[in-house]
Design a protein around this ligand. Sequence first.
Ligand code: C5P
Length: 222
Amino acid sequence: MRFLITAGPTREPIDPVRYISNRSSGKMGYAIAEAALAQEHDVMLISGPVNLEPPHKAKLISVLNSEEMFEAVHRHANQCDICILCAAVADYKPANVSPTKIKKCGEKFSLELIPTRDILDSLGRQLDRQFVLVGFAAETDHVEENAAKKLRAKNCDIMIANDVSSPNSAMESDVNEVTILFRNGEKKKISRAPKKIIARDLVKIFSNFATKMFDKKNVMIN
Ligand code: C5P
């Protein structure tokens, strides 16, 4: 199957030397890319700036900000069977980007922020989509409840809930613990394990889901 995977953070520029970003390391997305390749799938990895070696058999598209990630995902999503949006895209970006370095003035300074475009939501609105849509929800509280709300709001097929409340949880870490929520209300837990092991299980779950979904569509067409 053809996988599209987004990974890592985005950087939203403030001026030529500053940006807004987050602590995402990209490890989960890269581990999913490796696991998918190991299971003989094709992988397009759309990655924000990370310090990781990309799996060499993946087609890599490197992006910096949320707009570039949005464009890259939309250019390729319809040629994929499974889109996994694992990137920690910034939710807000500066309303204006200064072309020159903003000077320190020693007084209070505020920055006007506007929402970025939500890539997952935009794919969820594509009601005739032919790919399985998977989102990730990094939550600090009411983890499953919030993830289930996101699954419905963004019209995904599968949402992976991550607890990022403790300092050694999902973000930046080599280990993770996830709950997989399906759109029919079913759920599965994968208990604490290295991200590489979790990724292997996730890839199996995604490809089984896709096989069932595509088989059902074929039966309906025939
Ligand atoms: O709403 P929230 O940002 O928590 O949702 C997380 C999910 O949405 C992740 O799958 C993330 O990749 C995706 N997302 C996105 N575009 C954004 C913000 C989040 O694709 N601008």
